[in-house]
Ligand binder design. Structure first.
Ligand SMILES: [Fe+2]
Ligand SMILES: [Fe+2]
Length: 309
């Protein structure tokens, strides 16, 4: 409803979009310029969490309207009751919220997080996992690519919007394989050159899948489309080079290449971590963005003593 001043009023109980997930109803009350005000209703015993690994670095504010929930940060537990608030800006640790009774709170955030709850995105995530498994990867391939990409993105000081896009783009990078015929995707041997041409369409298909689903972030589609481009222009589908490739796509390209090299495929055995690391280093500045390689090498030793899986 618009009044004479052109302001829009929401009627009681009206939201821009409402999504229900396990034990939780979420309603987007307002959204402008990346800032969102989201109403959460958590049923008793349900939990919710926010954390720095998602890449949020903007301002975040939580205001309890009704009920009671406990917040756990590391070993500290605090109880929030109606009227209490929490400024969660610059999170350094995961915050776990547990509703002790039915609880309602407002979550104000400078990141566009609401889409994260949507059924469209949940469906896309499941699809991405299914296609990777069909392609011979383990179930946590998408998650692993996401986590490593985010660690590099944070080290490279991407801003919070770029990190959000990297978060989605890295998880969904191979979603276009859903359009690659199964006899090509699952072929237990080397692909013919015609089949390889079809396989090389998957980044373009991925962009199309996101566009067809009205995915709201063009930059995410670009990450998916560019994840097989190579720094020196020898990649596909467009042969982009250097700065023409988004930094986020350059990050996914290194992480995904390493993961592919260290995974057993039907047509070849996996390389060892040392061999794969040497391959990535060999491609520094030619196949791969040099700065991304430097950060990747630096974090490899941080992650479980050199093991990333
Ligand atoms: Fe791919
Ligand atoms: Fe992949």
């Amino acid at each position: 409803m618009l009044d004479n001043f052109g302001l829009r009023f929401l009627a009681a109980g009206q939201a821009l979009e409402v999504v229900s997930t396990d034990g939780m109803d979420v309603a987007l009350l307002s959204s402008y310029d990346g800032t969102e005000i989201i109403h959460h209703r958590l049923r008793a015993e349900s939990s919710w969490a926010i954390g720095p690994s998602e890449g949020w670095t903007g301002s975040e504010f939580i205001f309890l309207l009704a009920g009671e929930m406990s917040v756990k940060v590391k070993d500290n537990i605090r109880i929030l009751k109606a009227g209490d608030s929490l400024n969660a800006s610059l999170l350094t640790h995961d915050c776990f919220f547990q509703a002790n009774e039915e609880t309602e709170f407002l979550y104000v955030t400078s990141q566009p997080v609401f889409y994260h709850y949507s059924n469209v995105l949940q469906g896309m995530r499941e699809l991405a996992i299914q296609v990777e498994e069909k392609d011979g990867y383990t179930a946590d391939h998408c998650k692993r690519i996401l986590q490593l990409s985010m660690t590099i993105g944070e080290r490279m000081k991407l801003n919070s919007t770029e990190l959000y896009q990297l978060n989605l783009g890295s998880f969904l990078h191979d979603i276009g394989k859903v359009k690659v015929p199964e006899n090509v995707l699952n072929k237990p041997g080397k692909l013919t050159s015609e089949e390889w041409e079809v396989m090389k369409m998957h980044p373009t298909y991925g962009k199309e899948v996101l566009e067809e689903a009205n995915f709201p972030f063009l930059e995410v589609a670009a990450i998916v489309e560019q994840h097989h481009e190579r720094f020196n222009g020898t990649g596909y589908p467009k042969g982009l080079q250097g700065e023409e490739i988004s930094v986020a796509a350059a990050i996914v390209s290194v992480v995904d290449s390493f993961d592919a090299m260290t995974t057993d495929r039907v047509y070849r055995k996996a390389l060892t971590h040392e061999e794969a690391t040497a391959e990535i280093l060999k491609g520094r500045g030619t196949l791969y963005h040099p700065e991304v390689v430097d950060h990747f090498i630096a974090i490899l030793s941080d992650v479980k003593g050199g093991e990333i899986r």
